[in-house]
Design a protein around this ligand. Structure first.
Ligand code: UGA
Length: 458
């Protein structure tokens, strides 16, 4: 099928590339022409495992195209995937102006029937507004539009794999034509019949992909409800970590045993600095606002958001207590991205921690395997080190702010010997407290018994 993807952000780029990978003819467009120019010259604007290979290969084959001519893309696609951003407004509501703009453009430019698919994360009932905009601004052309919601559940860092091997595909439709077209689009994934770029064509056995067909309203709600639940789970684990700290239990032990219950599940129970990124925090806010507007009390979610915000303050307080005086101390920072395997720093807890400590006069020396360049634009006044060892050199404290696996396997003896004071404050519970104490570190993390080489102060 011919598919147009509007918006070449994270979701748009991954969706476009993967839809081409499974055999469709895809044309991607964006109102940022510099992005399109870069993509056409082989530069992928985000770091995402497997994406570069897929984009370059399919672009070269002609099955994946990029154009800054939005009307051209609209006319070319039988199905149009809307993947534009829905950033938070000051009120916490999602800003839907880009969605409206795209709907208006589709309405005025389309000359043949179109299936318009919302992939951006939007509040429930946006589909209704999209349909209305298509009718209002498309009058006079006699073009038939079908509207559908097809939320995306991919995670940054494993986005290509998540798209091609999803646990479920949700189709929010209001007519059979839309359902038929979407089934056709996703059939290769439902059948798992495509040459997988992630597993070099030899995918491990996986449970069958579930297809869930719902109304548009339900599909929109499923996305917000899912992300908000993940956020709730993380905040729950973080409160359990606080309890463990006060009552001398170990959050790793508690959450591991909890997760063995299939009703609970082991994922998203990792305690630490809390959730960041461009999805969970904004979706939680938007869902709270949506509930308020609908007259439903969702204090439960508000509390999860408060718990998350308090994580940063609690961590900074921990640094203050351990260092005593923050001003003029050299502090090494490991990790700036909002999570591992991405260069994304949007709403990153690490950036917030660094900003606060820099404001208090700490001399920060930071390292991130992928996100340093982006961080430099946002935080030009701190120092950036070429690797983790250079970050630790001469530091009075080393902070772990992103869960990059490579930090776990550093030569921690070498790190210790180069630091002015062997103090590690681990915001991601990445290291083993017992081992760190054995190595002579003063080591703090969240919700685990302090086994420090010196008398603990926190
Ligand atoms: C999230 C959802 O997981 C995806 O399913 C969804 O499709 C996506 O948002 C989206 O709406 O586009 P993502 O933003 O890539 O994906 O990040 P997550 O893997 O959910 O992690 C979010 C944050 O939670 C990170 O800062 C991570 O460090 C933190 N986290 C995660 C924890 O603190 N503890 C955990 O146990 C898990």
């Amino acid at each position: 099928m011919k598919i147009a993807v509007i918006g070449c952000g994270y979701v748009g780029l991954v969706s476009g590339a993967c839809l081409a990978e499974i055999g469709h003819e895809v044309i991607c467009t964006d109102n940022d022409s510099s992005k399109i120019k870069a993509l056409n010259s082989g530069h992928i604007p985000i770091f995402e495992e497997n994406l570069e290979d897929v984009v370059k290969r399919l672009h070269a084959s002609g099955r994946l195209k990029f154009t800054s001519d939005i009307p051209e893309a609209i006319r070319a696609g039988d199905a149009i995937f809307i993947c534009v951003g829905t950033p938070p407004l000051d009120t916490g509501d999602a800003d839907l102006s880009a969605i409206e703009n795209v709907a208006r453009l589709i309405a005025s430019e389309a000359r043949s029937p179109k299936l318009v698919v919302e992939k951006s994360t939007v509040p429930v009932q946006t589909g209704k507004q999209v349909r209305r905009a298509l009718q209002v601004y498309g009058r006079g052309h006699g073009v038939q539009f079908h509207v559908a919601s097809n939320p995306e559940f991919l995670r940054e860092g494993t986005a290509v794999e998540d798209f091609l091997h999803p646990d479920r595909i949700v189709l929010g439709v209001e007519d059979q034509g839309a359902e038929r077209q979407l089934r056709e689009i996703y059939q290769p994934i439902l059948d798992q019949k495509f040459k997988c770029p992630v597993h070099a064509g030899k995918c491990p056995p996986m449970p069958p992909v579930k297809l869930v067909v719902t109304t548009i309203n339900s599909a929109e709600l499923i996305k917000h409800a899912s992300n908000s639940f993940l956020a709730l789970k993380i905040s729950y684990a973080n409160v359990i970590a606080d309890l463990c700290e006060r009552l001398s239990a170990n959050v790793d032990e508690v959450t591991a045993a909890m997760g063995m219950d299939p009703r609970i599940g082991s994922q998203f129970l990792r305690a630490g600095l809390g959730f960041g990124g461009f999805c969970l925090p904004k979706d939680v806010q938007a869902f709270i606002r949506l509930a308020e507007t609908a007259g439903v009390d969702f204090s439960l979610l508000k509390e999860a958001e408060f718990v998350n915000k308090r994580r940063i303050s609690a961590f900074v307080e921990r640094v203050r207590k351990a260092l005593w005086i923050v001003k003029d101390k050299q502090v090494g920072v490991l990790g700036l991205a909002f999570k591992a395997n991405t260069d994304d720093i949007r709403f990153s807890p690490a950036i917030e921690v660094v900003t606060r400590l820099a404001r208090e006069g700490a001399r920060i020396q930071a390292y991130d395997p992928q996100a340093a360049e982006r961080a430099q634009a946002l935080l030009p006044d701190i120092q950036y080190a070429k690797d983790a060892y250079a970050t630790a050199k001469g530091a009075e404290a080393l902070l772990i702010l992103t869960e990059w696996p490579e930090f776990r396997s550093l030569d921690w003896e070498k790190v210790r010997d180069s630091m002015l004071r062997p103090l590690v404050i681990d915001g991601r519970n990445l290291l083993n407290p017992g081992k760190m104490a054995e190595l002579g570190y003063e080591y703090y993390s969240f919700g685990r018994p302090e086994r420090s080489a010196v008398v603990p102060v926190v």
